[in-house]
Ligand binder design. Structure first.
Ligand code: GLC
Length: 634
């Protein structure tokens, strides 16, 4: 059962698909106060309670013992000291002595102190007074999640080919670079379905343009790649370059579609193209307009996109830079003491994504000016809705690949997400794993991390181990940052190991697609914490390094360097399957703790006793998979 509690006059977020009758906040069953313009409530946590959720966020599957903030943040250093990542998914499930789900429909900052200040107390601060809170009251966490998911509507459905392996890099600067990637994979016999076009495919980083010098005859080129079975996936950024004569800017300007400042002039900030204006994605008319802009690339044969920098990420504002320069100038010739030095340093370091810049942005919501800080977490979601709703209307569901960096619940109906700029760190394999069930709970089924890690230099073994987890994530994309070591599989020694791992993905696609579609239809999870399936098993309840997948499987990737296996806990008898290319070995193991060895070219999988899963023959492209000729393992 879902109960809603309303206070004030909340901004419409469209997170829920239909209105749920709401009661006054006075009926809210937890202790609360209104203080300093914030709503704060709290409840006790029993020692055995687990808190799941918060979607894409730092730290564990069990979120206890930390403070999290719902505030879409462009921050590539996902260390455990952080409180926010790129998304704001305000849904948690408490399970243990009591079980309930909680969704706060509020698009500004929320602070979730989940046993940080006081171990057995959750204290949640909503930074505003206009909000709705929903409580889900069911016995089992999985039921709670289903109730919630039914209320927020069906998740985005990607095309089938989006389950193929995808290669990205910032950037493949021209057609030749893209061709080299395809050739590298083909020659190594490693399957591939998509190659990504990062910002450099554009003309001067202008959305919906193509640099014709780098990609001459782009439409013909796209068609040529399609004939090879390769989909090119261009990036679209939130900021629109400020340039008279650039039609997207001119139109937006003329129609008043950009975000404003208090004085009514356009808000501007620097991103990749230099000074940009920012479409006001809170406005449905602007969403329609921006959505239609994708058509220019669709017309060229493009059928997939990734939306980026939509928290929105702001490198600097003219005001911020001026202020920093003034400060520096005022200190010229002074012998800086520590306080002044650090203040100066912080001023420059704080130029990007500055709170003062966010606070100077205004949106038009239902004809009224609304400060950005009140709706911050809806911005990227609005951009993604703009695209997703346009694709749904023109191409229909399951046709266009679309995923976003920033998101809010509701955008899961329009697109998937990727988990932003991670690093080539071993710890980020586990962070990736831990986010999967939480993202699913928030409705985001099509998701995944940058495999191999975005920032920093990857090693061969890291990429292989990362991929062995990515084999199971709906989005299986290897992506890395400018200036980092080449990370395409064929760049490493002994490419056959990479082929072995990625072929396993292709063999599993009929199964993984089926799990995906069922989870979507049944408002369910693809990935579940073990504790959801084995609530009375104390070891399963605390497991942070393994996940249940579908009704049949458990996954337990290797996540450390220089090890040839890992400890794994089996909550029931299972078959341990090692998959490597076309080779399959199976070993029955009994419930309990085991150490399993897993070579770098193997994908470990555990299948429940009595269950079987299908495998098809591998192929170089998803279009060549034979979904009918299946063998079963288990
Ligand atoms: C952002 C994105 C990253 C992309 C880069 C350049 O950092 O998160 O994926 O490669 O911008 O566009």
């Amino acid at each position: 059962m879902l109960k809603g509690f309303l206070h004030g006059n909340p901004i419409q977020t469209d997170a829920l698909i239909s209105a749920v009758p709401t009661q006054s906040i006075e009926e809210f069953p937890f202790a609360y106060t209104f203080e300093n313009g914030c709503f704060r409530f709290w409840f006790e946590l029993a020692p055995e309670d687990i808190v799941y959720g918060l979607g894409e966020s730092p730290r564990g599957i069990n979120k206890r013992g930390w403070i999290y903030e719902s505030y879409c943040t462009d921050d590539p250093f996902h260390t455990e000291t952080k409180r926010s990542l790129y998304a704001a998914h305000n849904f948690i499930v408490v399970s243990g002595k009591k079980s309930f789900g909680l969704f706060i429909d509020f698009p500004a900052r929320i602070r979730w102190d989940l046993g940080y200040t006081s171990e057995n107390r959750a204290e949640i601060t909503v930074e505003g007074e206009d909000f709705a809170v929903y409580l889900m009251d069911e016995e089992q966490p999985r039921e709670i999640i289903r109730t919630f998911r039914a209320a927020i509507g069906k998740s985005y459905l990607p095309p089938k080919w989006a389950f193929g392996y995808q290669q990205s890099r910032w950037s493949y600067h021209n057609a030749e670079a893209v061709d080299n990637v395809i050739r590298g994979y083909d020659e190594a016999g490693i399957p591939l379905d998509c190659v990504y076009l990062d910002i450099d495919y554009m003309d001067a980083y202008k959305d919906f343009t193509v640099n014709e010098n780098a990609f001459p005859h782009f439409a013909a080129y796209v068609q040529d790649k399609r004939a090879q079975g390769i989909h090119l996936i261009p990036i679209i950024d939130a900021g629109v370059k400020k340039e008279t004569g650039y039609s997207v800017y001119d139109e937006g300007e003329e129609k008043g579609y950009f975000c404003k400042k208090a004085d009514g002039s356009d808000f501007e900030a620097g991103v990749w193209p230099g000074m940009c204006a920012f479409p006001d994605f809170l406005n449905p008319e602007v969403r329609r307009w921006f959505g239609e802009k994708y058509q220019v690339l669709l017309d060229m044969g493009i059928d997939g996109f990734w939306n980026d920098m939509n928290e929105p990420a702001l490198f600097y504002s003219a005001e911020g830079v001026q202020n920093a320069l003034d400060k520096a100038a005022s200190l010229r010739g002074e012998n800086l003491d520590l306080g002044k030095f650090f203040n100066l340093k912080d001023t420059f370091m704080g130029l990007s994504n500055a709170q003062s810049d966010y606070a100077s942005i205004y949106h038009t919501v239902d004809g009224e000016q609304v400060n950005h800080q009140r709706v911050h977490n809806l911005y990227g979601a609005g951009m993604t809705r703009a695209a997703g709703e346009y694709f749904e209307k023109t191409a229909g569901s399951g046709k266009i690949l679309m995923f976003s960096r920033a998101s809010y619940i509701g955008a899961h109906r329009s697109a998937g997400i990727w988990f932003g700029d991670n690093q080539s760190w071993w710890s980020h394999i586990l962070l990736n794993l831990k986010m999967l069930p939480a993202a699913n709970m928030a409705g985001f089924l099509y998701c995944g991390a940058d495999l191999g890690g975005f920032g920093d230099n990857a090693t061969r073994d890291l990429v292989l181990r990362f991929l062995a987890l990515g084999v199971f994530t709906p989005l299986m994309r290897n992506h890395s940052a400018l200036g980092t070591r080449d990370q395409e599989c064929y760049r490493f020694e002994r490419t056959e190991d990479f082929r072995d791992v990625i072929q396993v993905r292709y063999r599993l696609i009929p199964y993984l697609y089926d799990v995906f579609v069922k989870a979507r239809e049944q408002d369910d999870l693809i990935f579940r914490p073990l504790s959801l399936d084995y609530p009375d098993d104390p070891i399963a309840r605390e497991c942070e390094t393994q996940l249940m997948l579908g009704e049949e499987c458990m996954i337990a990737p290797v996540y450390e360097q220089n090890v040839s296996g890992r400890a794994v806990y089996l909550p029931e008898d299972m078959t341990f399957v090692r998959l490597s290319g076309e080779r399959v070995t199976a070993e029955p193991l009994q419930k309990g703790l085991h150490y399993v060895s897993v070579a770098l070219n193997e994908v470990p999988l555990f299948i429940k006793k009595g269950k079987q899963i299908p495998l098809c023959r591998p192929a170089m492209r998803t279009r060549d998979l034979n979904w009918k000729e299946l063998t079963y393992i288990g």
